[in-house]
Ligand binder design. Structure first.
Ligand SMILES: Nc1ncnc2c1ncn2[C@@H]1O[C@H](COP(=O)(O)OP(=O)(O)OP(=O)(O)O)[C@@H](O)[C@H]1O
Length: 342
């Protein structure tokens, strides 16, 4: 698959008052393949919004190049940039709908700007509203809609001109968990049924888990980890990724949790990584049994990530010290990722 977006060593600095500069994006190189859903995750101030603004050419990089659909955005004139921007759909946390226009008026607006004739505009608007499940609300005004419905209007409007790329900046952050799931599954359909490439900016790992193929973790303007969603969830490498994964799936107990567990469980605690390898649980149980150890499950859980199993289980092991050591070693040699919590 070819790259729809290519960032090469992109940096963006801003001048602050008092002569200080802030580096919002720092040496980022990244490719987004045509047809993929990429999530960019990071805490507030990590540089995510700036990265999006570089991709849709609302900001020019201080250095490096930004290519979208084969065009180097840094080399385009203002007029060419406007045309390039119109080929990128965008949705926002606050929906940014026109309050004075109806749902249909909002969705048809980009087509009106593009000079599309009214008949064609009406046809396309109806098609889009049908796609997002809001055909019956065509004549309602934004204030009459729920948050989830407003975002569905936002999505329909962003798709009006058939862009190959949709950028979503914290698109579900203002929504409750159930509505978030609805909007994310609509975005998934936008990807699978319409073939639109999607970049999702979020600080919620749960959103990443539900929608993305790949995830980029940003910290202080830099990309600190990038990988397939399942790989990052089942084996986060950097502290930043580990903190995010812990918020959405079950990982090893944090230091606080461990201290609490210790007050009830004086035995040796080991955490075992759960993957979607077939027969994993039977293998773990057999090792404990064969080594004469008793394993009490004290913490952890298993989640579904991209239809695969990922998680962590922490056991309190009782038995002779040698038996516990042997059980841990046997698990390791059976290819199970096991860590003794100390
Ligand atoms: N126009 C600007 N002028 C000055 N500083 C800016 C500007 N835009 C962003 N910054 C600074 O760049 C850094 C990265 O900001 P950015 O908004 O990209 O982060 P973010 O990860 O999207 O955070 P948030 O989720 O809070 O929006 C921050 O320190 C921010 O204050």
């Amino acid at each position: 698959m070819s790259a729809l977006i290519s960032l090469t060593d992109v940096s963006k600095t801003f001048d602050r008052r008092g002569g200080k500069t802030v580096t919002a994006v720092d040496g980022v190189s990244l490719e987004v393949a045509e047809g993929e859903v990429l999530a960019v995750i990071g805490y507030s101030g990590a540089g995510k919004s700036t990265l999006v603004r570089l991709i849709n050419a609302l900001e020019r990089p201080t250095s490096g190049s930004v290519r979208v659909a084969g065009q180097d955005l840094t080399r385009l004139s203002e007029g060419e940039l406007r045309a390039a921007r119109s080929r990128i759909g965008m949705i926002f946390q606050q929906f940014n709908l026109f309050r004075s226009r109806t749902v249909a008026g909002n969705v048809g607006y980009p087509l009106k700007v593009a000079g599309v004739a009214k008949d064609e505009r009406d046809r396309r608007t109806a098609e889009l509203l049908d796609f997002v499940g809001l055909l019956d609300r065509a004549h309602a005004y934004p204030e009459q809609l729920s948050g989830g419905q407003k975002q569905r209007v936002g999505i329909a409007r962003a798709l009006a001109t058939n862009p190959p790329l949709l950028l979503c900046d914290e698109a579900t952050s203002a929504l409750d968990p159930e509505t978030t799931t609805e909007v994310l599954s609509l975005l998934r359909r936008v990807n699978t049924e319409l073939g639109v490439t999607i970049v999702v900016i979020t600080h919620e790992m749960e959103a990443v888990r539900q929608i993305a193929d790949r995830v980029v973790v940003m910290e202080q303007g830099r990309v600190v980890e990038v990988g397939d969603v399942y790989d990052v969830f089942s084996d986060p490498k950097t502290p930043a990724a580990q903190r995010f994964v812990r918020s959405a799936t079950h990982d090893r107990p944090s230091a606080d949790t461990l201290a609490r567990l210790r007050t009830h469980h004086p035995g040796r605690l080991v955490s075992v990584r759960i993957t979607d390898e077939p027969g994993l649980q039977q293998r773990i149980d057999a090792v404990f049994r064969d080594h004469g150890t008793t394993a009490e499950l004290v913490y952890g859980g298993v989640s579904e990530v991209r239809e695969r199993r990922a998680g962590s289980l922490t056991y309190e092991l009782t038995g002779t010290p040698d038996a516990v050591d042997a059980a841990s070693a046997a698990l390791r040699s059976a290819g199970v990722h096991v860590v003794e919590e100390v």
